[in-house]
Design a protein around this ligand. Sequence first.
Ligand SMILES: Cc1ncc(COP(=O)(O)O)c(C=O)c1O
Length: 394
Amino acid sequence: MTIFNELNLLPDDPILGLIDLYLRDERADKIDLGVGIYKDAGGNAPVMAAVKRAEAWLLASQKTKAYTPTEGAPGFTEALSTLVFGTPTGQWATEGVQTPGGTGAVRLAAEFARRAGVRNVLIGTPTWAIHQSIFASASVATPGYDHLDVQGAFNLQALLAGMSDLKPGEMVLLQASCHNPTGIDPTLEQWRAILAQVQAQGLVPVFDLAYQGFGDGLVEDAEAVRLFAAQLPLVLVAVSCSKNFGLYRERTGALFIAGSNAPRMAVIKSHLVDLARCIWSMPPAHGAEVVSLILHSVELTSIWRDEVGAMRQRIVMLRAALIEALHRQGVDAFTQLPLQRGMFSNLGCATSLVEALRKEHAVYAVGSGRLNVSGLSMANVDVVAQALRDALRA
Ligand SMILES: Cc1ncc(COP(=O)(O)O)c(C=O)c1O
């Protein structure tokens, strides 16, 4: 078994390592802005009320634990498709395959890319920590471009230049909204420019939609996906229900294909189902049944929409509070904060500042200063602003 001797011990995942450090930190005033889950004012990630109601109904009525079909729990992808794409008008349609979370959906897209002979998927940096590794694990190369320009705005020119190196049929990964980790998304006008070049070059966009509802609204956050889906022969969309349904550990998501060529879509879907069958075989049922129940019930959908709306408003309020607190502390850095949307704000600072925040002030952030805005509260926002001021001056 010499082959195994050639493997080296891998470093810990940096975010999981940070969670561990936070849990072991004995300072009573520690503040966790690191981990990427939505937290309420009490610092908890509670089960949403609509989810609790759906779960109660499921518990009382469920008659079997027999397998979920490989393509997904009955009604799940149909209902989620309407949430993501709206009701398609015109010549296009969607097909979906349920996946274990958004991660499973991105992985399925990567496996599909490999099977279809796609060599490159263009991915902006920085991005969600494992985007590149997922595609690399499927032997798909991940050329990059800088997601932000020197002013901290979305770098349209870099994306267009990166795309111009791709061949027809190659892929570009696009975070649909609430970009992780920067919080900076293209404007609608920029999305149109991206779409025009995707069309001109015959590229295939792979959208990652993990925060629908956390930015400007459930419809607004899916605007780019809908725009592209209505215009292109093929779009892939990896959807996560982890954040907006608070279903993290239930591993709930889907990979959708949208397009105008129905026979081709049926062929592609058959490959997605075949790939899924060979990786996880059947998806986990619970989260998908919960989502399906919520989205098929007018009453539960209304409760859920209100909950997502309240989460979004709280994020918007806390980001504004942080900006004001930084002004009060006389900090004039981080001018990009007002442009950011969604659960994350990125300071774009040196890792030494992030270290200083943790070591000297017990404030936990990730990478180049990614803050989970929902981890802030009206009680700690001034403490965080002061910590940032002191760490900048040190
Ligand atoms: C951009 C992005 N895509 C996908 C995911 C995957 O989410 P899930 O937990 O549903 O696998 C995340 C999770 O943090 C994310 O930030």
